[in-house]
Design a protein around this ligand. Sequence first.
Ligand code: AMP
Length: 382
Amino acid sequence: MIPPGSVLGILGGGQLGRMFCMEARRMGYRTLVWTGGLEAPAIVVADEAIDEPFDSPEALKKFVAKAAVATVEFENIPRETLEEVAKWISLHPSPNAVAICQHREREKAFLKLNGIPCAPFEVVSSADELATAMTTIGSPAVLKTAAFGYDGKGQRKLTGGEDPAQVWEEFATDRAVLEAFIPFERELSVMVARGIDGTVTAYDPAENQHRHHILDLSIIPARVSAAVLAEAKVIACQVAEALDYRGIMGVEFFHLPDGSLLVNEMAPRPHNSGHHTLDACATSQFEQQVRVTCGLPAGSPRLLSPVVMLNLLGDMWPDEGVAPDWSSLFADGSASLHLYGKRRAIGRRKMGHANFLGEDVDSALKRAHAVKSELLAKGRSA
Ligand code: AMP
């Protein structure tokens, strides 16, 4: 067990690392963030930061000398960096688990191998293979780059009739996955923690709604049957077991009209759809990450109140450097504001989120929608 007072190393310095540091500090730990040289919202809340690229040998030396244990807040850390860190100090999750989740081809192969339900897919690495896959998978289908995809980036929907050679040229990648388009009814996600001793703990599933391919609202508990809620937790735990996972992860699902569930993807870290846990659960996803990283027993994932999480994206800002008027959010005594300290609200950047607690999800959703509409009406997107 790594006791409070020790230094926890975090690979990545985004908002997930920032919220991890805040929880770690509350519990008496010290934090060391290695940002990879990117603009990093975690720096100001970490005890110490290494603001250098992930391939710097000096940065590696400093990181492993100071940290007692390490975790990740971002999956696109180069595999070599993860492996180097793991040679010196314990890294939870393991480089192998992160490498599977950071690459769609490996992720899909892992799901298939372990009999975990997912959309039918084919791996393609040329225009000819794409042509064959378009026939096998049928249409509509979604073409996704194998590496570095998130929030719908590196994706294209194919409706049939496209010229595979042209699509492949425009897609400009050397490896991709073509998967069947799933006419889902809802998207769900489950946060699951697995301890160093192999104990798994799953949170209640979230129902997720997107805006421009980016998470907009998470509704917890998800509005599906008890059987579907239970099934989603079971599958999420299976994924964590099959990966021999250590740490916290998000498992995203498509919920189909016939009630079945397909895994879309996994995130080897806290997840945007788990931000409600900061205000609505006995243990937040960030405290859970601290606990399992340090070899402590997991905390209770119990949901204390129905909740709706609203993502606050850059287009809700009247101008890149001008913050919204928060008065209606603050007027709601059961809503809480979380901002990530980013100075410029570029595009649809994730600037923060707000959690709306309620007697039931319908009333929380109504209040979240009212605040969202007002912010959007006064924001740049109006
Ligand atoms: P991803 O980056 O894979 O999470 O995809 C972003 C979003 O695109 C998902 O949350 C879905 O809304 C949508 N999407 C991705 N894959 C599919 C699919 N096979 N069928 C239908 N919608 C999809």
